[in-house]
Ligand binder design. Structure first.
Ligand code: SF4
Length: 63
């Protein structure tokens, strides 16, 4: 996504299986490769992970 991925917008590289289509490709944004997941970020299921992401996006949303 040339201008970055806006909050709440699904990445165009995310497949239907929720996998990165350009994983391991040099075109993958450095920020993606540098992100280190941790248990609090992922939770125990998809619902907890989405709640974490939503909280982050809300906290960092532009005015
Ligand atoms: S790792 Fe980055 S490029 Fe890949 S799907 Fe996630 S946000 Fe998109």
């Amino acid at each position: 996504m040339p201008n970055g991925k806006p909050a709440g917008v699904r990445c165009v590289q995310l497949t239907e299986e929720n996998r990165c289509a350009i994983f391991g490709d040099p075109r993958r944004p450095p920020v993606c490769a540098s992100l280190q997941p941790e248990p609090a970020m992922c939770g125990s299921d998809r619902g907890q992970a989405m709640a974490w992401l939503t909280a982050l996006e809300t906290a960092t949303a532009a005015g």
